[in-house]
Design a protein around this ligand. Structure first.
Ligand code: SF4
Length: 156
């Protein structure tokens, strides 16, 4: 490996480390609905209400994946959405964290044998945190976010 490439790799690693370190204070999230039944999405919206208020952790939902630090994915990838979720992940700035919300995104539950479900989410993109439940309660999602923050803090 030549010197320039080594320096570039080092700078990239340092940048990723710094970005992950700062993320513990403010994670900007893009919500990707990957063909869910919508119950998980309703629970995600609950997180933003004054009762749960995830903004106190600095977590904000953003409208474009290009501004996101993390992807919050609900539902099962089917033949149509699998391609799109892969594309969304490639469009997100790296490092991009992925949170699977709901049992569908975590392991496809009853859709595992479905003719229209080619593979699990973590076979398409790397998943950092799994929050199972059908749908998971907002408290479980907050616990998942705390797990994510702790995971980031553990990054060296
Ligand atoms: S986990 Fe349950 S609530 Fe969530 S999308 Fe799947 S079926 Fe719907």
């Amino acid at each position: 490996m030549n010197y320039e490439l080594q320096t570039m790799n080092y700078e990239l690693r340092t940048m990723n480390y710094l970005k992950l370190k700062f993320l513990t204070k403010s994670i900007w999230v893009f919500h990707a609905a990957c063909s869910p039944c919508n119950n998980c999405d309703i629970e995600v919206l609950d997180l933003l209400t004054p009762r749960y208020d995830v903004e106190r952790f600095g977590m904000v939902l953003v409208g474009s994946v290009r501004h996101a630090d993390a992807l919050l994915v609900t539902g099962i990838p089917n033949y149509k959405t699998a391609e799109r979720i892969k594309k969304l992940y490639t469009q997100a700035p790296k490092p991009c964290l992925v949170v699977a919300v709901g049992s569908c995104a975590c392991g496809r539950i009853m859709f595992r044998e479905s003719y229209n479900s080619p593979c699990a989410l973590d076979e398409i993109i790397p998943v950092d945190v799994y929050i199972p439940g059908c749908p998971p309660k907002p408290e479980a999602m907050i616990a998942g976010i705390v797990k994510l923050i702790n995971k980031i803090k553990g990054v060296r």
